[in-house]
Design a protein. Structure first.
Length: 196
């Protein structure tokens, strides 16, 4: 039997079409399977036009609102390199953890040449200032880019970045959310990345 979170806050961010909604729902359902009290909310913004998508998830008995306050995320999850850089500065609490998929989908200011893409050095530097821990991932042989979210979920399970939620809890969540061939592809990828 797992213990109940006193409080644990997660901020997720990416770009429309990357699967932040599925990743967020898989974490929430995984928490439910682990008997953890959880609240979550998604904000989609310009998701259909490649704009930023964010989700907030909070665990704990006395959590009233799903929104994570600035500089209060225990874990920042990102599916895009520029977005993780912004998220660290805005949401990561001192000593928090970051996991991100190393891909770049340039935001408007970069496309218009009014800014530069975030570099590994930029991310490491801002994380160091917040005394955080970085987990960067990329699967070079990933055939379908839309499955980057499953790679991230598997790494979260493998590294136990969200305490009290097991690999089995995440697998049960994916089984709830996906069907048929899509489910099987995601389960196979999750198990490949996470291992036994």
């Amino acid at each position: 039997m797992s213990k109940t979170f006193e409080r644990f806050n997660i901020y997720l961010v990416g770009v429309g079409g990357q699967g932040i909604g599925l990743l967020s729902e898989a974490i929430i359902r995984g928490a439910d399977y682990a008997s953890q009290p959880v609240r979550g909310v998604d904000t989609h913004g310009l998701a259909q036009r490649g704009g930023m998508v964010e989700s907030f998830i909070r665990f704990g008995e006395n959590v009233q609102s799903p929104l994570v306050r600035k500089h209060d995320a225990d874990l920042v999850i990102s599916l895009e390199k520029n977005e993780v850089y912004r998220a660290i500065g805005d949401f990561l609490k001192p000593g928090g953890k970051i996991i991100y998929y190393e891909t770049i989908l340039q935001p408007l200011n970069v496309r218009m040449r009014n800014g530069d893409d975030a570099s590994d050095e930029d991310i490491d530097s801002i994380t160091l200032k917040r005394e955080g821990e970085v987990h960067k991932i990329k699967k070079d042989d990933l055939k379908e880019r839309v499955m980057q979210n499953t790679v991230v979920l598997a790494e979260i399970a493998k590294k136990q970045l969200i305490p009290e939620i097991s690999k089995e809890n995440y697998l049960a969540a994916l089984t709830d959310l996906l069907k048929g061939e899509v489910l099987q592809k995601n389960l196979d990828l999750f198990n490949e990345v996470c291992g036994d």
